[in-house]
Design a protein around this ligand. Structure first.
Ligand SMILES: [Fe+2]
Length: 169
């Protein structure tokens, strides 16, 4: 699987893993915004970036309730830099869209797993459900753009399609 996020035993660790994924997405989105040629994509991805920043901020605020030290950008520096470099090295909007699709699939999967857990307080579940709706919208936009470009189903490196261009670590 491309992501193990959402499968952690401890609720605090699972919540923190969502935060790590959000911080990672923020770096990927920043790189994508800097790299796209299309002004439409730049504007839309800026909005998505703001939503990821809002998610990360909200998760950081609530992690203390779960007695876990929140993941920080400093802790994740090496990991985040790798994702950023990968996106920054891609040529063309299609390649960036494909990499960001893989990123969003990971994020969607992680939130879907999280909201199905039986051990989460209802207010955290509602929060995660709200974020999941936004993540679904991000993925839907990217898939629609790839469909419109007519090249969404081109062969990929892995036959299961689960291995992200973006996930190099
Ligand atoms: Fe997203």
């Amino acid at each position: 699987m491309a992501t193990m996020v959402g499968t952690q035993d401890h609720i605090g660790r699972a919540f923190n893993a969502l935060l790590e994924l959000e911080l990672d997405s923020i770096e990927a989105y920043r790189a994508a915004v800097a790299r796209f040629d299309s002004q439409t994509y730049i504007e839309r991805f800026r909005t998505f970036l703001e939503e990821h920043e809002a998610h990360a901020g909200a998760l950081e605020e609530r992690i203390s309730e779960l007695a876990v030290e929140p993941a920080s950008r400093a802790d994740l520096k090496g990991t985040l830099a790798k994702g950023k470099v990968v996106i920054g090295s891609l040529l063309g909007d299609r390649a960036i869209l494909l990499a960001m699709k893989a990123n969003e699939e990971d994020t969607n999967t992680a939130y879907e797993r999280f909201v199905k857990r039986m051990d989460i307080p209802s207010h955290l579940r509602r929060l995660a459900e709200t974020f999941l709706e936004e993540e679904r919208a991000h993925l839907a936009f990217i898939e629609a753009e790839l469909d419109a470009r007519g090249d969404r189903d081109e062969p990929r490196d892995e036959d299961d399609g689960d291995d992200a261009l973006y996930s190099v670590y």
